[in-house]
Structures are given as structure tokens and as C-alpha cells.
Design a protein around this ligand. Structure first.
Ligand SMILES: *Cc1c(COP(=O)(O)O)cnc(C)c1O
Length: 466
């Protein structure tokens, strides 16, 4: 499988090249040159496989011959072996037409583990084969950092520096990152927002000598391999609910648009997905776009679902590229104008095409609390604040009777104990394997929103381990 950039001016790469490169050199995002497609009979043959085997089967076409099939299968088996549920991604029914799919049974209790547990192993494999090493830099609004750090701690060929917005992520989220004591990990708290952190990461990638010197690479959701690794759980849910012979819908609490993009990909691969519901919190740029074709950037406001406190959803560019019939020049021009003017308005035809599949929904903090309380009262199910957005969005946009909607449960409620306690009066318990977080020393450096200071810190980490 070959990969091209959404902006058309970066070298074509194979899966291993895209895995290590992260962002394309022209500022675009890598996408597969062609989409794999499975027939209904192919899909039926995949029913009932253990999750790791389904994952290997569906990721294989994206990997192509960059990694041997048997090796990929072994990496998938290993990646999901440590999950806390035998089904890995269990479904729980909440109502006649509504399920949640729990994506939080990995080591850091968010859906980010689904992709990153595999990516850490893919990196290791590819770097060893090439006898080289990389420095992973990334921005996290909470869950990516801990999942990437957990997936890479102690690995020989990878250094990891993660930026997070100082004092804007939950205590549990911060401690999950900062209590990992491995020499190849650096936590940097930036005095700014998540978008500031993301801009600093982009600036490091744009600094060619720095990028080259440190062999920079990314594990955040602009990395295509992450999207590929998120495709299998949509297929697992759909197959369990009768696809390809029955339609399903998905509701996804959305930030950077990576998770819901994977749902779009599974549809592109041939599964009957009737609709995709994009849930936003008070940072509602995507739901505003889906309502009125106006994607205008507003300041990021902290919310009860911090992993969705994002204004610029990087992965949207991949969808835009498809909606524009893969016209890289038009995609690049639209994205550059978006960054310059702070707003995007696409051609009516493009917007209507988007609207036939995607529905937007916004839920503010009061709505999040009310949803957690109501779902808990009526079903006994305890949803975290992100999952609550997906559930409320699903309820607002239920498709025709007979089509099951699956709301993605993206985090374990115990990651957000303060919000949960306010609503139900009890603190949820962390699973025992995370129980001792509070007693361990934290490792982090607080820095201003300043590129040279951040680069110096990352360079020090890489030098130490070179
Ligand atoms: C990252 C994250 C999201 C948003 O996912 P995107 O792929 O960025 O849209 C939602 N919920 C939780 C708990 C997350 O960690």
C-alpha cells in the first residue's frame, strides 16, 4: 500500500515510512492511495474472530508488504493481550436502539490505548529492522500522552516528549503521564492551551534541521497508523450487530476527528454505516460546521471533557480531501485559508455531501452532568464525561427504527472522579492496576509557550539516550 499527502507535495511512502514520518513534509496528512474494499461475504467470514485476529486482518491491507502478515498478527496479539476485558471492546446495551462500545479497557483507561499499544510495537519493529531510532514529540489534551508514554516507556529505540496544557488536564490524566519513571520519557507542561501545544509540535516539525537532528516522529492522531488501528473496533461492533446484513450507526465524542474518521474508513471499506454522529462539548466548531457550513475558530474553553477541548480538528483534512474528490490543490488551498482567516466555508455541494452522512451535536457541561445522571438512574450505567457526549448525541440523532446506534465509550469514568462525584455523589474506583498513582513522585517540567525553550528540553532528552 502506498500513501499520498492530502496536499500533494510530499514523497509517496509505504506504511513503515508513514508510520515514522507522522505529518507529511508539505503540511498535509498521509492517506492511502486507494481504499481497501471487502465484499459482504468477506465481512461475514470475519464474524466471531477474537479481537486481535480481527484487528490483524483489517489492518493488514493498510500495512501491505511493509510488515510480514505473521509478524503483524503477533504484534496485534501482544498489543491487546494486556487489556482488562476478554472481549477487548465489549458492547453494552442501554436502550432498544442504543449500545455503548467500551474502548477503555487498556492500560491507561482511554480509547487511545486501542491504537497506541499497537503503535509502540509497530515502531519498535520498524526501527529495529532499519537499525535507527526516533524522538516522538506530541501534544496531548490528556489521554494521548499517557497512552503513548505507557506504550513506549523503556523501549530502546524511542524517546518520547509530550506537551500538555499546564493545569488544564485532570489530576488522574497528569499523574498517569508524570509518574512513569523511564529515562526515555519527558513530560513538558506548557503555559497555554492544547492548541498552543499542538502549534509548538507543528513548529518543531517545521524546523527542518531540528526535525532531522532528532529524527522527529509523531504518535498523535495525525499519524495514519493510528487511524488504521482504530478501524477494527468499528468492524467488531458492526459485525456483532449483524453487519453486513444490517446497518449500524456510530456516535463518537470528537476532538481531533481521528476516531470518527476511522468509522468513516470502515464504511469506505464496505460496511453499511447509516450515519455518523459527531459529538462536541462547548468547543463546538465541528457541530457548528455541520449545522451551518461555517467552521470558524473560537477560543478553546476548558470543559468537563478535556480530551475534546480542541478547536482545530486536524484529521478533518483527511475527510475534506475525500469530499473534494482527492483534489490536493483545492484541499491545500482550503486548509491554508482556514489557518489564515480562522474560518472555513466549503462549496455547497461539498458541504451537502458531508451532511448526508455526518450529523453534529453539541453538549455543554450542564448537559454532560445531566446525561451522566440520567443514564446512571435509568440504566445503572456510569458514563465518563466524554462518553456522555456521545450518548446524548446518539439520542438526539437516532436513525430509523431497526438500526442500532453504537455510542463510543472513550474513557473509564474513574479518570474523571471529580465530575462523577459531583453528579452521583460517589467517587468511582480506579481499577486496582492504577490504584497507587497518587503516592508516586511526578516527573515534569513547566515551560512557557516558547519554541526555543521547548526544543532545548527535547534535545536534552534525546542526547541523554543517544
Ligand atoms: C482523544 C479523546 C477523544 C477525542 O477523540 P478524537 O480522535 O481526537 O476525535 C474523546 N474522548 C476521549 C476520552 C479521548 O481521550
Amino acid at each position: 500500500m502506498r500513501y499520498i499527502s492530502t496536499r500533494g507535495h510530499a514523497p509517496v511512502r509505504d506504511f513503515a515510512g508513514v508510520l515514522l514520518a507522522g505529518l507529511a513534509e508539505d503540511g498535509g496528512l498521509y492517506v492511502p492511495e486507494t481504499w481497501p474494499h471487502f465484499s459482504p461475504a468477506d465481512w461475514r467470514a470475519l464474524r466471531g474472530l477474537p479481537y486481535h485476529a480481527l484487528a490483524a486482518h483489517l489492518i493488514q491491507p493498510f500495512v501491505g508488504d511493509a510488515i510480514e502478515t505473521a509478524r503483524l498478527a503477533a504484534l496485534c496479539r501482544d498489543a491487546y493481550a494486556g487489556f482488562g476485558h476478554p472481549a477487548v471492546v465489549p458492547l453494552v446495551q442501554l436502550d432498544t436502539g442504543l449500545c455503548v462500545q467500551e474502548l477503555f479497557h487498556g492500560p491507561t483507561l482511554s480509547f487511545k490505548d486501542m491504537a497506541l499499544q499497537l503503535l509502540g510495537r509497530l515502531f519498535d519493529h520498524v526501527l529495529a529492522a532499519r537499525d535507527t531510532r526516533v524522538t516522538i514529540v506530541g501534544a496531548t489534551s490528556g489521554d494521548t500522552g499517557s497512552a503513548a508514554i505507557e506504550a513506549c516507556a523503556g523501549r530502546e529505540r524511542i524517546d518520547v516528549a509530550f506537551l500538555h496544557p499546564h493545569n488544564r488536564i485532570s489530576d488522574v490524566q497528569r499523574r498517569q503521564m508524570t509518574t512513569v519513571a523511564a529515562p526515555n520519557i519527558a513530560n513538558i507542561a506548557i503555559e497555554g492551551t492544547f492548541d498552543d501545544c499542538q502549534d509548538l509540535v507543528k513548529a518543531m516539525f517545521a524546523d527542518a534541521p531540528f526535525r532531522q537532528e532528532l529524527q522527529l516522529s509523531a504518535m498523535n492522531s495525525i499519524n495514519w497508523a493510528r487511524i488504521a488501528a482504530q478501524v477494527p473496533y468499528y468492524a467488531a461492533a458492526a459485525l456483532a450487530l449483524g453487519a453486513p446484513d444490517r446497518e449500524v450507526a456510530f456516535s463518537v465524542p470528537t476532538g481531533n476527528f481521528g476516531n470518527v474518521l476511522a468509522a468513516w474508513v470502515v464504511r469506505r471499506m464496505g460496511l453499511p454505516v447509516a450515519r455518523l454522529i459527531v459529538g462536541s462539548n462547548r468547543n463546538d466548531i465541528l457541530s457548528r460546521f455541520l449545522q451551518s457550513n461555517d467552521m470558524s475558530i473560537a477560543p478553546v474553553e476548558p470543559s468537563l471533557s478535556p480530551s475534546m477541548d480542541i478547536q482545530i480538528s486536524s484529521n478533518f483534512e483527511r475527510l475534506l480531501f475525500e469530499l473534494m474528490d482527492r483534489d490536493a490543490a483545492a484541499t491545500g488551498a482550503t486548509m491554508r485559508e482556514f489557518r489564515r482567516a480562522g474560518r472555513m466555508h466549503v462549496l455547497d455541494a461539498v458541504w451537502h455531501r458531508c451532511r448526508t452522512l455526518f450529523h453534529g451535536f453539541r453538549l455543554d457541561d450542564a448537559g454532560i452532568e445531566a446525561t451522566i445522571a440520567r443514564v446512571h438512574e435509568t440504566t445503572g450505567y456510569l458514563a465518563d464525561p466524554h462518553t456522555a457526549v456521545g450518548i446524548a448525541a446518539a439520542e438526539a440523532h437516532l436513525p430509523a427504527r431497526g438500526v442500532m446506534t453504537v455510542a463510543m465509550a472513550t474513557a473509564h469514568p474513574a479518570k474523571f472522579p471529580d465530575a462523577i462525584e459531583r453528579v452521583i455523589g460517589k467517587r468511582p474506583h480506579l481499577p486496582p492496576r492504577l490504584g497507587d498513582l497518587v503516592d508516586q513522585p511526578e516527573h515534569l517540567t513547566v515551560l512557557p509557550n516558547d519554541l526555543p525553550a521547548v526544543e532545548a528540553q527535547v534535545r536534552a532528552l534525546a542526547r541523554r539516550n543517544a
